[in-house]
Design a protein around this ligand. Structure first.
Ligand SMILES: NC(=O)c1ccc[n+]([C@@H]2O[C@H](COP(=O)([O-])OP(=O)(O)OC[C@H]3O[C@@H](n4cnc5c(N)ncnc54)[C@H](OP(=O)(O)O)[C@@H]3O)[C@@H](O)[C@H]2O)c1
Length: 283
């Protein structure tokens, strides 16, 4: 199995990388902190391809995708996990840059992660048969076919986006983060429907609280918090199951569902005093 993971230098991404590596996969580990990627590679000799990059940099992602596919082949799974969280308040001009960065990394970074792999995954999902002719770029392909690639059937390729329960409702003090995760959830749904029947599945994963450097700075209670290894194990199980959407842990799915059902007056009353994420966290 071949797996691409962004944000593989720490937290959930690192736990997902380890999960797949321990099961024999070859992993493309992407993040900015090269030294952390290299230490993961040292643990699993020959199995980790390190790409020190920023998910805002499409040229770097395209180069990484080309390099990985040339060396190893089309990945079975691409996990857009890289993300940042910081408290933001609209009234402060100095927070505008944080708004920009959170949206750029958490939303556009996800699109830029998938883009360089998608055509190759779609093509690989179509198993050629001897009688099949190549579909010309100039003719409109029928449903489930990609112009320029052979006709065929079936395949299991998966794009996974890590969103968040924070995207279910706007959390006070986390406008940028909540908006980015709500956007990620909608984007992933659009992509899933666009790829329906193509052989490329799209999975939306919404973590509740997971113990990682991102949450280590939080001073408020984090119900149902999971260790990163356990979260990775559960998420890999969801990916394998073929489900298109899951909240991990499931208890936070119930909380998220309840939050969605609350009328605005009750939600506003309940959350107006909720603790805010720190605005001091660096991105
Ligand atoms: N922990 C939770 O409770 C929780 C809950 C819901 C959702 N999530 C989501 O889960 C994902 C992983 O978060 P985490 O908790 O594991 O946090 P984390 O430990 O802070 O890890 C974040 C990862 O994203 C990478 N990253 C950040 N900005 C990047 C950029 N511009 N380019 C490339 N890589 C970048 C970081 O690597 P470098 O710094 O080396 O680039 C790091 O590997 C995020 O999308 C987060 O929003 C987490």
């Amino acid at each position: 199995m071949k797996v691409v993971i962004t944000g593989a230098s720490s937290g959930l991404g690192l736990a997902l990388a380890r999960h797949y590596l321990e099961r024999g996969a070859t992993v493309a580990a992407c993040a900015r902190r090269s030294e952390l990627l290299q230490s993961l590679a040292a643990e699993f000799p020959g199995k980790v391809f390190c790409y020190a990059l920023d998910v805002r940099d499409i040229a770097a992602l395209q180069h990484a995708a080309e390099d990985f596919m040339a060396r190893v082949g089309v990945p079975d799974i691409v996990i857009a996990n890289a993300g940042v969280s910081r408290g933001t308040l609209t009234e402060y001009a100095e927070d505008l840059d944080a708004f920009q960065q959170v949206i750029d990394i958490n939303v556009l970074g996800m699109v830029k992660t998938f883009q360089p792999f998608l055509a190759a995954m779609r093509a690989a999902a179509l198993t050629p048969s001897p009688s099949d002719e190549t579909i010309s770029h100039s003719t409109k392909p029928a449903s489930g076919q990609v112009a320029g690639y052979p006709r065929g059937r079936g395949g299991h390729f998966t794009l996974v986006g890590i969103a968040s329960v924070a995207g279910f409702r706007g959390l006070p003090g986390s406008g940028a983060y909540s908006a980015s995760k709500a956007a990620a959830i909608s984007y992933l749904e659009s992509l899933r429907v666009e790829l329906h029947g193509s052989g490329v599945n799209v999975v939306t994963l919404c973590p509740g609280y997971i113990k990682t450097p991102m949450t280590d700075v939080n001073t408020y209670p984090m119900p149902f918090i999971l260790e990163a290894d356990e979260a990775a194990r559960r998420m890999a199980r969801v990916i394998e199951s073929g489900k298109s959407f899951a909240v991990v842990p499931w208890q936070m799915g119930m909380v998220g569902w309840l939050l969605k059902c609350l009328p605005n007056w009750l939600y506003d009353f309940a959350f107006s005093k909720a603790p805010h994420k720190s605005r001091k966290t660096s991105i």
